[in-house]
Design a protein around this ligand. Structure first.
Ligand code: SF4
Length: 65
């Protein structure tokens, strides 16, 4: 997970999701049936990383965040 945190830290501040929104996104993922081992089954992304970029969204239809 240390490497994943490095990728998250490397996201430009202007592109990063605000902390409160980031927490909200991750709390939705935590209870989502598509989450498996920290990865989203729909997109194959680590949600910690996907949720950290502001313009990203949940790949589900309808979107969960
Ligand atoms: S990104 Fe969306 S579909 Fe994937 S685990 Fe999070 S809430 Fe679920």
């Amino acid at each position: 997970m240390a490497k994943l945190q490095e990728y998250i830290d490397a996201i430009e501040p202007s592109r990063r999701t605000p902390d409160d929104v980031y927490r909200d996104r991750l709390s939705v993922c935590e209870t989502c049936p598509q989450l498996s081992g920290g990865m989203c089954r729909l997109c194959g992304c680590f949600v910690l990383y996907r949720a950290a970029t502001a313009r990203n969204s949940c790949p589900d239809l309808p979107k969960r965040w």
